[in-house]
Design a protein around this ligand. Structure first.
Ligand SMILES: Nc1ncnc2c1ncn2[C@@H]1O[C@H](COP(=O)(O)OP(=O)(O)OP(=O)(O)O)[C@@H](O)[C@H]1O
Length: 303
C-alpha cells in the first residue's frame, strides 16, 4: 500500500521560511493514489504555502516534494496536476464554456474536454451563461472544472468550499464524492472539519506550520470513550484514573474516559465497588472538531 507506485504526493521535511518566520516546518506527508486527502488546519497554519510548494509555485527553503513520482514543479509533472489555488482568474464577460475553452487552448488541450468537465461539475446547463452571472458556488465548480481539464492524475484544491453558502458547500461536497468515486486522487485543504470528514479518506492536520497528525478520519476519532456521571465525582475520578490512567478528563461535571466503550461493565463494577453511585454510563464518539481542537491545543501547550 505504501509502495512508491501507490503514492501520488510525498513531502519530506518540506519547509518554507519567510525571514524569521517558519510558515511550513518540516512537513512530511503522503497522499496515496485514488484517495481524497484532507489537509486541515486553522487560518495561517501553512496549508496554502505547502500546496504551493507541492505545485512548484514557490521554492521550498528545505526538504522536498515528489508528485506522481517526480520532483514537484517540473514541466512533465505539472501537466499531470490540476489545481485550484486562490480563486481562478476567469473572464467575467465570457461564458463558463468559453472561459474553459480559453484555458484548454492555453494549456494545449483540445476543446473536446470542455464539455466533459462541465458535465462533471454539473454546469452543462449553465455553460452559456456569463461567468459574472454565476453564484459563488458555480464559480468554484467552474474552477474545479478548469482543474479537471486534461484529466490530470492529481487534483489539488485549496479551500474549495471557502466562502460558499450551505447549498454551495453541499454541491461541492457531492462533487468531491463523485470525483473520489470516479477514482480521482484529490488533495484538498480546509479549515472546516465537518466538511471533510464525509469526503476524505485520510487527513493531515497542520498547525503553526507543523504536521500534527496524519491518519484516517476513523483513526483520528479513535474508538471514542465512555462518558460517566457519578457521585461522588472525586472518588469516581480516582477509580477512573486507576483504570484509564491519564486518559480521563472532567467536563461539565461528567467524566470522559478514553477507553474502549466495551469496557463499560468493568468501569461500572469498579465504581460501584468503590461506593460510587453511577447515574450515567454511555459510549461517546469524538467529533473530528473535538479531536482537532485537542491536537492544536496540545501543540500550543508544547510551545
Ligand atoms: N509570501 C509570504 N511572505 C511572508 N509570509 C507569508 C507569505 N505567505 C505566507 N506567509 C505566512 O505564512 C503563514 C502560513 O500561511 P498560509 O497562507 O500557508 O496559511 P494557510 O493555512 O493557507 O491559511 P489560510 O487558510 O488563511 O490561507 C502565515 O503566517 C502567513 O502570514
Amino acid at each position: 500500500m505504501d509502495g512508491q507506485g501507490a503514492v501520488a504526493v510525498r513531502t519530506e521535511g518540506l519547509t518554507k521560511r519567510y525571514g524569521e518566520q517558519v510558515a511550513v516546518d518540516s512537513v512530511s506527508l503522503t497522499v496515496r493514489k485514488g484517495e481524497v486527502y484532507g489537509f486541515l488546519g486553522p487560518n495561517g497554519a501553512g496549508k496554502t504555502t505547502t500546496l504551493r510548494m507541492i505545485l512548484g509555485l514557490i521554492r521550498p527553503s528545505g526538504g522536498s516534494a515528489t508528485v506522481l513520482g517526480r520532483p514537484a514543479g517540473g514541466a512533465g509533472v505539472n501537466r499531470q496536476v490540476g489545481a485550484l489555488v486562490e480563486g481562478p482568474g476567469f473572464y467575467p464577460y465570457l461564458s463558463g464554456r468559453d472561459n474553459l475553452r480559453v484555458l484548454a487552448r492555453y494549456r494545449g488541450i483540445g476543446d473536446g474536454d470542455v464539455g466533459r468537465v462541465l458535465a462533471r461539475v454539473g454546469l452543462a446547463e449553465r455553460a452559456s451563461d456569463a461567468f459574472k452571472a454565476y453564484s459563488l458556488g458555480m464559480k468554484q465548480r467552474l474552477g474545479v472544472a478548469a482543474a479537471l481539464l486534461g484529466d490530470p492524475g492529481l487534483l489539488v484544491l485549496d479551500e474549495p468550499t471557502n466562502g460558499l453558502d450551505p447549498a454551495g458547500v453541499g454541491d461541492m461536497r457531492r462533487l468531491l464524492t463523485e470525483l473520489a468515486a470516479a477514482g480521482h486522487t484529490v488533495l484538498l485543504s480546509s479549515h472546516m472539519l465537518s466538511e471533510v470528514q464525509e469526503t476524505c479518506d485520510r487527513v493531515g492536520v497542520i498547525n503553526r506550520g507543523r504536521l500534527v497528525v496524519e491518519a484516517t478520519v476513523g483513526e483520528l476519532r479513535g474508538s471514542g470513550g465512555l462518558r460517566v456521571r457519578a457521585d461522588p465525582l472525586s472518588t469516581a475520578l480516582d477509580v477512573s484514573r486507576r483504570l484509564a490512567g491519564d486518559d480521563v478528563t472532567v467536563n461539565d461535571g461528567a467524566l470522559l474516559l478514553r477507553v474502549d466503550p466495551g469496557r463499560a461493565a468493568e468501569v461500572t463494577r469498579a465504581l460501584v465497588a468503590a461506593d460510587v453511585d453511577v447515574h450515567e454510563m454511555r459510549p461517546v464518539e469524538r467529533s473530528l472538531e473535538e479531536v482537532f481542537f485537542e491536537m492544536t491545543a496540545d501543540e500550543e501547550a508544547a510551545r
